[in-house]
Ligand binder design. Structure first.
Ligand SMILES: CC(=O)SCCNC(=O)CCNC(=O)[C@H](O)C(C)(C)COP(=O)(O)OP(=O)(O)OC[C@H]1O[C@@H](n2cnc3c(N)ncnc32)[C@H](O)[C@@H]1OP(=O)(O)O
Length: 172
């Protein structure tokens, strides 16, 4: 495998991210988004690029609340898996979380051993959210927030997935 470079995503990566995600979305492992949503959220993404400039991985960190963010759309192309690319992208997203001042990072995944190897633990189902924060989060139109809150309307997205969380030390 050629050397892989992990870097913040640019607008020109949207096409590659969509191509990478499409087969996994078809398998219902990941959720695809409208192109406009990828552009709007491009600053949340990191990508992994090989020496030829081909995009072989992507991942995003979405801030939900003062102390809480979610890892989303973490994917390595099938040919590049098992070489540490996913792990490096995840560690970069966790470093971002720390720099942003977040102290907990959530994910919803089928890849439980992978996330566990990076410090995530399976969430107790009724992890306490202060009622005032719960009420504020309910105002969000974001599907991921609804998934975090375990709302009935997103159950089809979350079926079979495991809710996991880990602490990070906020910078500063
Ligand atoms: C919150 C969300 O985004 S959930 C969605 C998660 N993504 C998906 O389900 C999409 C489909 N899956 C994937 O794209 C990938 O399998 C990912 C993103 C989960 C992992 O990506 P990879 O690039 O394969 O990760 P990485 O190589 O760091 O680790 C995979 C395994 O290879 C092992 N590994 C890491 N480096 C090496 C290496 N140099 N040599 C051999 N094995 C290695 C790791 O120990 C790891 O094992 P584990 O899963 O038992 O912990």
């Amino acid at each position: 495998m050629t050397e892989i470079h992990i870097r913040p995503a640019r607008t020109s990566d949207v096409h590659g991210i969509k191509e990478l995600v499409a087969p996994m979305a078809a398998e219902r492992i990941l959720i695809t988004k409208d192109t406009v949503t990828y552009y709007e959220n491009i600053q949340e993404f990191v990508v992994a690029q090989d020496a030829e400039g081909t995009l072989v991985g992507c991942g995003a960190l979405h801030v939900m609340w003062e102390d809480l963010a979610e890892v989303r759309t973490l994917a390595t192309s099938p040919a590049a898996r098992g070489h540490g690319v996913g792990g490096r992208m995840l560690e970069e997203l966790l470093a971002r979380a720390s720099r942003l001042g977040v102290s907990r990072v959530f994910c919803l995944t089928f890849e439980v051993p992978f996330f566990a190897a990076h410090g995530f633990e399976v969430m107790a189902n009724q992890e306490t959210i202060p009622p005032e924060v719960f009420t504020e989060l309910l105002r969000s139109h974001d599907e991921g927030v609804a998934e975090y809150l375990d709302l009935a309307r997103v159950k089809p997205n979350t079926l079979g997935n495991t809710r996991m969380i880990r602490s990070v030390t906020p910078e500063g």
